[in-house]
Design a protein around this ligand. Structure first.
Ligand code: 5GP
Length: 253
């Protein structure tokens, strides 16, 4: 079967979907970090991220968060609604880590007094720079009302996911969300898009502070696959057949 490729990113490919207004999102094993300077493959990552993101988005939909997910199709693919992506990375932080720790010289692991939200422009050439609401509105990436909706959604998502992960012994340190617009006649709705997975979250074991996310790859901590598998296992979505099952279908061109 041949399908039209709409877009290929670092970790995913989007294909034309079976009906207008839909796309197929394919999860690859490829991993990049530091704005593409570090590249590699994490075996089985695509299969696990497909299931982890499906699980988390389905749970979020249950509490009324609108998402782009229609359903998982197979080991590596999801049917999603086509959205107009808002070109922002919405970062939610509960604990100091990563670029925040670096920017302010704060020790990683320091709890923040309350959750904070940061916006970065999605632009690889510029290295996804941090932007303010002034930049967002003056350059027309989103309106004040859009930002209000996004902040409300991001905080509800954070509350829910923080509790969900606590329940399986994991601290949700920080994560990145993307949102998109869906148009229905003249009505516009903002929905959660992209993925929520160990590629886009910092997830630390509650007891040991062991990192179980993409930082294992970024920082050469070893046992990268095991981090993703541990998250899937604790969420109850690890494929039963184990590693054999993790190859999934070949990427169709
Ligand atoms: P930081 O700004 O500290 O590098 O990242 C904060 C959080 O957002 C981390 O959980 C990180 O995984 C996520 N994040 C930031 N930028 C990106 C990105 O370009 N892609 C992905 N997948 N996650 C990101």
């Amino acid at each position: 079967m041949r399908r039209r490729k709409i877009y290929e990113g670092k970790a995913k490919v989007l294909y034309e979907g079976p009906e207008p207004g839909t796309l197929v999102q394919y999860f690859k094993d490829d991993a990049t970090a530091f704005n593409n300077q570090k590249q590699g493959t994490i075996r089985g990552k695509g299969v696990l991220n497909n299931r982890i993101s499906e699980y988390l988005m389905t749970r979020l939909a249950d509490i009324g968060i609108p998402t782009h997910l229609v359903r998982r199709l197979n080991m590596r693919e999801q049917l999603i609604r086509e959205v107009e992506i808002i070109p922002l990375e919405v970062i939610v932080r509960n604990v100091a880590a990563g670029s925040l720790s670096k920017r302010f010289g704060m020790q990683e692991g320091t709890p923040l007094p309350r959750a904070i939200i940061e916006f970065c422009l999605k632009n690889d050439e510029l290295g996804d720079p941090l932007v303010t609401e002034e930049h967002i509105t003056v350059f027309g990436w989103a309106t004040v009302e859009d930002i209000d909706d996004i902040v409300q959604l991001a905080l509800r998502i954070n509350d829910f996911l923080t509790g969900l992960f606590l329940g399986i012994g994991i601290r949700l340190v920080d994560f990145k969300l993307e949102f998109g617009r869906i148009w229905n006649e003249d009505e516009m709705m903002i929905v959660l898009a992209d993925e929520i997975s160990p590629d886009s979250c910092r997830l630390w074991d509650l007891e040991t502070d062991e990192k179980l996310d993409k930082d294992r790859f970024r920082r050469d901590l070893g046992r990268v696959e095991e981090g993703y598998q541990e998250i899937a296992r604790r969420l109850g979505v690890l494929p039963e057949a184990g590693p054999v099952d993790l190859k999934g279908p070949k990427l169709m061109q």
